[in-house]
Design a protein around this ligand. Structure first.
Ligand code: CTP
Ligand code: CA
Length: 225
């Protein structure tokens, strides 16, 4: 049993992970979403569970096999994810936000199917709440906050800005244009960024990536004590 082989270095810790995309409805038939499959977040949840943590996983809709032995909270919209995360955030030691949350949602959702007409269609969009910004603004004493950042250009610069603005302890950046990184695949290529360090991991499985991220977080939490 793989579950019992691991060093339980997360025993006694509560970890909240978010994963997957969100879906924002236009009408009962259509929604806006993104390419997230939840694999990176599920790998993080699995690794944390094996290492002894009490894991809560807030996940958008995915086809990926669900991790075992974690508290699953399925959500669909950015609003639902915000509510689920803020409800459980208070007593978490570590929060890792791997979800690809919609930044905008349709301002109006039609109760009926939108019928096509001649000419173009414009959909008015409004901003969703930034969950991670909220968590950073309301961070609990000792809580470790890790975000993810997906970029296609100026990865380091843009990610550092997010680290600072959202008051994160770490941001894990990946460049969608690098081979073996990003959506869907079983591998990733990431850089862990903190205030005073940048650690680049080579191409490896998402589970291996997750293990490195968790070890680094633990190391930093220990350092602070
Ligand atoms: N995030 C969030 N709530 C949102 C949008 C993003 O919690 N409404 C989180 C993501 O889960 C991720 C981090 O913020 O951990 C960075 O997401 P990303 O999309 O890379 O950055 P944004 O701040 O949304 O900026 P932009 O999309 O413009 O690059
Ligand atoms: Ca975004």
């Amino acid at each position: 049993l793989k579950e019992i082989q691991y060093e339980k270095d997360l025993a006694g810790k509560r970890v909240l992970v978010t994963a997957g995309p969100t879906q924002e409805a236009i009408d009962p038939v259509r929604f806006l979403t993104n390419h997230s499959t939840g694999k990176m977040g599920y790998a993080l949840a699995t690794v944390c569970m094996r290492r002894g943590a009490d894991v809560t996983l807030v996940t958008g809709p995915t086809q990926t096999e669900k991790p075992k032995f974690v508290r699953m909270i399925p959500v669909r919209t950015a609003k639902q994810m915000f509510d689920a995360v803020t409800e459980h955030a208070g007593d978490q030691d570590i929060i890792i936000k791997a979800a690809a949350v919609a930044d905008y949602r349709p301002k109006y959702q039609s109760d009926e199917k939108v019928k096509k007409q001649d000419g173009e269609l414009a959909i008015e969009m409004e901003r969703t709440d930034d969950i991670l910004q909220y968590l950073g603004d309301h961070k609990k004493e000792g809580q470790y906050l890790c975000g993810f950042s997906m970029e296609t250009e100026q990865m380091m610069e843009n990610s550092r800005k997010k680290l600072k603005k959202k008051h994160l302890d770490m941001i894990v950046a990946n460049n969608l244009k690098v081979e073996g990184a990003g959506f869907g695949g079983d591998t990733n290529v990431v850089t862990m960024i903190t205030d005073d360090a940048e650690i680049s991991l080579g191409k490896m499985t998402k589970e291996e990536t997750a293990a490195h991220i968790i070890s680094q977080i633990l190391k930093e939490q220990e350092k602070r004590k």
